[in-house]
Write a protein that binds this ligand. Structure first.
Ligand code: UDP
Length: 423
């Protein structure tokens, strides 16, 4: 069995497979985060194993991304897509599969970094069996915040809230991706536990690689046309409806120059397919069909062109723990109009790199979008400041260096026995 002298870490992301195509159902920021953190850590000298649930018999069990970074897919429950709210019952099988895999290695992992509450439970169970194991956790989404913004609370909510509290209180370190997320943990989850703030990152060179004019030519956008862009999953929490209604209120609506692109994948019959149909219905009802285009899932190669071509990128989420799309658009030199929530309050500097609006407030979004579209020189200034901010604060290598320091410091600390917790 292959064994290197590198420091080893297991990144656990039960439902967010770092090796799948991003933009498909339930594949979003978490998948991107785990994959890029993994690859950047490998460049910084770690041996990185990323564990996820196998969601199809055709999926390879192991995917090698680079010499020291691989995805390992474990069997836990049916080998098919399972919505994240229905995965909890399969976690004991995931824990066992992890232990079986680990047994074949020359030495056990000393450190796990778990992602999302499902994986945090796996990490806590592993620590019961292996008390010297250190656990770092990133939430990606907090039930306590999410459940405030949705009309129907799922059955799993009670378990999720209990697990989220337990991991905050027992993990060696929690990584909050913004000061706003840390504040939510403290006010809504628990006053106990150790939290560091280390943001998400982005590939600034990749997203900044296309010139605006080339991008617009490639997408057939004329110099005098205005392009408003959304990129992301079709999920009601993303607030796409607010954007569509804001565009309907825009003073440029009937100018013949306004275009709205809503990018992201969806599958008929799945939850994201339902939201896509709902959004298409609103577009039709408001008579915006002529100016609205749904390009579908955008690949990593296509995204820089879309971001660079846009006059403004809109992130109208009801709740957003960090929001990778924001920093990707900013890296491309495009200002962002976002909801005044969570991580968007951290990444967007209002009036400097973009604008913030109250969530669900279509009128405020319309005014903000129009302000940017009607002032091209200001738009360029905002875009340049946005790009500068991302370069300085949100590069993956910079983020991985901060994680590297945290992990190294934890590995140097003597192990403490974890408190017993039950969900
Ligand atoms: N994404 C993509 N193609 C698409 C739609 C989204 O690659 O068609 C990517 C996007 O570039 C970003 C991620 O999916 O990296 C979404 O992350 P974000 O944090 O904005 O939202 P989440 O999905 O985590 O709620």
């Amino acid at each position: 069995m292959f064994f290197s002298n590198r420091k080893r870490i297991a990144l656990i992301s039960v439902h967010g497979d770092p090796a799948v195509e991003i933009g498909k159902e339930e594949a979003g920021g978490q998948n991107v985060y785990v994959r890029h953190v993994g690859e950047a850590l490998a460049r910084q000298g770690w041996q990185v194993d990323m564990f996820t649930r196998r969601a199809g018999p055709e999926q390879p069990k192991v995917v090698e991304h680079s010499p020291y970074c691989r995805t390992i897919r474990l069997k836990a429950g049916p080998q098919e897509f399972v919505p994240r709210d229905e995965i909890f019952e399969f976690l004991p099988e995931f824990v066992q599969a992890f232990l079986d895999f680990q047994q074949k290695l020359e030495a056990p992992y000393l450190l796990v970094h778990t992602n999302y509450w499902l994986s945090s439970w796996v990490g806590m169970e592993l620590r019961k069996k292996q008390p010297s194991l250190k656990q770092v956790h990133t939430y990606h989404s907090l039930g306590a915040v999410k459940y405030k913004s949705i009309p129907t609370i799922p059955l799993i909510a009670k378990t999720r809230l209990a697990v989220e509290k337990a991991v905050l209180e027992t993990a060696d370190r929690i990584v909050a991706t913004s000061p706003q997320e840390k504040e939510h943990m403290r006010s809504l989850v628990s006053p106990n536990g150790k939290i560091d703030i280390i943001p998400c990152g982005t590939d600034v060179d990749h997203f900044g690689s296309v010139e605006r004019q080339d991008a617009r030519a490639a997408l057939g956008i004329a110099p005098d046309e205005k392009l408003v862009l959304y990129v992301g999953r079709f999920d009601p929490r993303k607030g796409i409806e607010t954007l569509v209604r804001a565009v309907h209120r825009s003073c440029l609506r009937d100018s013949g120059k306004l275009k709205l692109f809503i990018g992201g994948g969806s599958r008929p019959g799945h939850s994201d397919g339902q939201e896509r149909v709902r959004i298409e219905g609103i577009v039709a009802e408001l008579g915006l069909g002529e100016i609205t285009h749904f390009p579908g899932r955008l690949s990593r190669e296509e995204l820089p062109t879309y971001y660079a071509a846009a006059d403004v990128c809109v992130v109208p989420s009801h709740y957003e723990p960090f929001g990778l799309v924001t920093v990707e658009a900013m890296a491309a030199g495009t200002p962002v109009v976002g909801s005044d929530v969570g991580g968007l309050q951290f990444t967007i500097l209002p009036e400097e790199t973009g604008l913030l609006c109250p969530p669900k407030d279509e009128e405020a979004f319309a005014i903000a979008i129009d302000r940017i579209l009607n002032h091209p020189e200001w738009r360029d200034q905002l875009g340049q400041a946005a790009r500068k901010r991302v370069r300085a604060k949100f590069s993956w290598d910079g983020i991985a260096s901060q994680l590297n320091r945290l992990y190294t410091q934890l590995l140097e600390q003597p192990a403490k026995k974890p408190t017993q917790v039950s969900a």
